[in-house]
Design a protein around this ligand. Sequence first.
Ligand SMILES: O=C(COP(=O)(O)O)[C@H](O)[C@H](O)COP(=O)(O)O
Ligand SMILES: [Mg+2]
Length: 495
Amino acid sequence: MQEIVERTVVDSDKQITDMKVRYKSGVLKYKQMGYWVPDYEVKDTDILAAFRITPQDGVDPEEAAAAVAGESSTATWTVVWTDRLTDCENYRAKAYRVDPIPGSDNQYMAYIAYDLDLFEEGSIANLTASIIGNVFGFKPLKALRLEDMRIPTAYLKTFQGPATGIIAERERLNCYGRPLLGATMKPKLGLSGRNYGRVVYEALKGGLDFTKDDENINSQPFMHWRDRYLYCMEGVNKAMAETGEIKGTYLNVTAATMEDMYERAEFAKQLGSVIIMIDLVIGYTAIQSMAKWARRNDMILHLHRAGHSTYTRQKSHGVSFRVIAKWMRMAGVDHIHAGTVVGKLEGDPNVIRGIYDTCREVNVPQKLEHGILFDQPWAGLKKMMPVASGGIHAGQMHQLLTYLGDDVVLQFGGGTIGHPGGIQAGAVANRVALECMVKARNEGIDIWNEGPDVLVKAAKWCQPLRAALDTWKDVTFDYASTDSVDYVPTPTPAL
Ligand SMILES: O=C(COP(=O)(O)O)[C@H](O)[C@H](O)COP(=O)(O)O
Ligand SMILES: [Mg+2]
């Protein structure tokens, strides 16, 4: 206690000096206010953030980094007397390193350390209110992107982590050694409950493990949620009885209020569903609440990342999806849409690799070429299953398996329901393509190069696979990606 009093007194002198400096120059001086500490020694318990900053013309990059540290921790636009009533030396975030990004237009990677005491335990809302709070609209910067974070073990342990995790999910489904297969219902909107349930049944009967509500299916006039749940679960139960496999359908419980979401989740549980679904747009607190509900009720929790591209897609402004994935593993979801590499939606292979590692590794080491700027040990939080979805089809199975591995849900919406032979044939094509590719890989065949031959051979005796390959052979999505790793700093021992 004595120590703090002393520090406060020393600080008060420093604050007065800082204030005089500021008033004299008439310019904000975050560096002089103590937010730039190049010789700072990072503590094991610090939360670290790496921001891509684009300072306004004429703004010194270190000053800009210090401004980010200030605005995302304790500072306001001017020095305030009340700082002296706090342990402000400790509470100020510290910008401790700024690297120019080669080949960029005045962009820098700024590293900032935050003391653990700045954050409430187990609250993504509180963490993000600082880290991505006001600071993204801050005038000294033209643009700002949160590229990565290091969450220390001390803070991780205050979070629940995935409600179920990959290991328990596989045990519940009794499914090992291969990716899981799913399909998103199409058309996105408009089907009645009975027709919808029919699609679920056919897709599961054909060999998929899961079907899935689309992100914008909730309780519209054409199909209220209870109808959807009842018809879907009828389809699930029938398909399970006929195939002898455990199956599920992600019942989207997204709704306007927590009360509505709990009511829907409870009904899904009563009907025997193994999985429910939420959309990212419900917000971090709602996601954490649903994760706690899922843990209490032995339910797998699927998260659709609806809305993420509004802030993850641009290269110089927003938040990297890798960071969102990290927050979601802390928040406690079991499945997360994480990109496909191939398919209709953008995604650079290196960036996607970094996201998949973040979801499912026990310890994620720094890997600069994958955009992973910090070591991230997960401190016992369970693994989260990535979901590959968006314009994928059976003809890409060798690429999907090579890029994404086994612990993933491969989800074919149009690639099941658009099959010329019908939904069940589409599911058969996907299951056969997957099984033959896993078998080839396990026998040591180089599926990256030989994969297309493997598929063609299997298609000789599997008419639905042949039809799928014929239908989608020309479908490629090779539009330029806007997302790739361009920042490869020299690692320093401090990291
Ligand atoms: O409906 C689909 C996919 O349908 P289809 O298989 O017919 O393309 C999903 O909402 C998107 O995959 C979301 O994208 P992401 O998974 O990248 O978040
Ligand atoms: Mg969708």
